[in-house]
Design a protein around this ligand. Structure first.
Ligand SMILES: CSCCC(=O)C(=O)COP(=O)(O)O
Ligand SMILES: [Mg+2]
Length: 244
């Protein structure tokens, strides 16, 4: 597949640039086991205060204590609910794991080469995930392909952009990156996210990795199994054709 007049790509993580099973079988349990210890270790510090405030807001219980907070976080984690306080504490706990080299970010083999190609082509490269910006940054900085941070121009999450199934979130990213919506391409494995991006005027490509139990196609969207199945050009198609 060839797409022309592309000035920015925005990439999902789980299921698109990294393995969903790594997120669910390694990262989620790692954080889940440490919610109580993290809250106890950071009690009274600014991140603890902000987090407890956010958990109380999301549970609707202004008097919730640490025990209740752990119960809420555990339930959200088990149900894979994409709420900012869960994503925030997961990112903070994972950061400690990455710092100890206990964790690495799983990045598919084709991703570093694709990011390098797009950078050479003058196409900006962003990440948009439900994982917090801290978690996204660490995932790529401590990836199993080394530190990929230099290949990325920025990160967006639920707090900075909003929910991934809401068109308004993509409009917020368009305002932040200053690239026209129709020159921005979103890559994701989830149809509802791709629908929201196209509703905001973006172009969208589905990624379905081999072996994904949901099947090879995302209905309604062009689907590729890997990022090297797609060529992106910054110039128009006519400029590409007339170039010798
Ligand atoms: C390294 S970011 C962790 C991924 C995560 O927490 C998550 O919920 C995955 O969301 P995505 O939007 O990347 O599908
Ligand atoms: Mg995904």
């Amino acid at each position: 597949m060839i797409l022309s007049t592309v000035r920015a790509v925005v990439l999902d993580i789980e299921g698109t640039t990294g393995s969903a099973s790594h997120v669910h079988d390694v990262l989620f349990p790692y954080a889940r086991e440490r919610f109580a210890d993290w809250l106890a270790a950071h009690r009274g510090e600014a991140p603890w205060t902000e987090l407890m405030e956010e958990i109380r807001t999301h549970t609707g219980d202004p008097r919730l204590g640490e025990e209740g907070a752990v119960a809420a976080l555990t339930a959200w984690s088990d149900q894979d609910v994409k709420v900012p306080p869960l994503k925030r504490i997961q990112g903070l706990i994972w950061a400690e794991g990455y710092a100890r080299s206990t964790l690495t970010g799983h990045v598919y083999d084709d991703v570093p080469a694709a990011l390098t190609r797009w950078r050479q082509a003058g196409i900006d490269r962003y990440v948009y995930s439900s994982g917090s910006v801290t978690a996204q940054h660490d995932w790529f900085a401590h990836s199993d392909h080394g530190d990929l941070g230099a290949l990325l121009d920025g990160y967006f999450d639920l707090s900075s952009a909003g929910g991934k199934r809401e068109p308004e979130s993509y409009r917020a990213i368009t305002r932040a990156i200053g690239v026209p919506a129709d020159e921005t391409v979103f890559f994701s494995d989830v149809g509802e996210e791709l629908d929201a991006a196209t509703a905001a005027g973006w172009r969208a490509v589905a990624v379905r990795r081999p072996g994904d139990p949901r099947g090879r196609e995302v209905p309604g969207h062009p689907t590729v199994p890997a990022l090297d199945d797609i060529q992106l050009h910054r110039r128009t198609r006519r400029e590409e054709e007339t170039q010798t």
